[in-house]
Each structure stands twice: as C-alpha cells, then as structure tokens.
Design a protein around this ligand. Sequence first.
Ligand SMILES: [Zn+2]
Length: 123
Amino acid sequence: MNAGGAAYRDSGTRRRAQPRKGSLYPAQELKRRAMAWAVTLRVNPKVIRVQGMRRKWGSCSSAGTITLASDLVDKDERFQDHVIVHELLHLRFSTHGKMFKALMSAHVPGWRRWEVARRGNTD
Ligand SMILES: [Zn+2]
C-alpha cells in the first residue's frame, strides 16, 4: 500500500485499513499462514483446519491433517509460527529428534522460548 504524502483523497471509496489482528476472517488467515509455511518447509498437508482445542495448540495426524487451535488467532504471530512449524514438521518427523529441533531453530529462531507457553503436551 502506498501512503505517499500528498496523494489524493477520495472519501467516496475510502476504505478503512483492516488491522491484521482484527481481520474479518482470522481463522482463514491462520490457515493461509500455515499453507505458506507448508510451501517453505516443503511439506504437503492433506488438510489444514482450525478448530477449538482445549489441551493443545495444534496436532498432526498420521493421515496428514494439521489441526490448529482456533484461539491461536489471538496470539503473537511468532507464537503462531512456532505452533504451525512444529506441527508441519511432524509430517516429516514423527518425533522431536535432532533433525526436528534443528529445523525448528532454522525456521523459528527462539522457538524454545515459546515451548514453555504451549499447553499440556507437545504433540
Ligand atoms: Zn510435536
């Protein structure tokens, strides 16, 4: 977007900029974010869904379904990335082994700091 100085003003078609956090479709944005990460990580989840989860922030099924907790949309984007990358990496690694952690560090620097903020277990 361009906020260039003396630009013209057209009050008729003026649109209020949507703050990212207050988006109309936060769950869609979370999904989109996860899909972008899937491309980056070169993994291919079958389905990415966002739904209410009480005990976890995310999960990855052996069938390739990634589930993200709907209340993640209220969280810091870096925390979202941490959960998303964690779950997506499970499409390649089933455990939290050396490679898993190395890739977490490569893509989400400082992820260990978020680990404590995860609820319950870390599937
Ligand atoms: Zn895990």
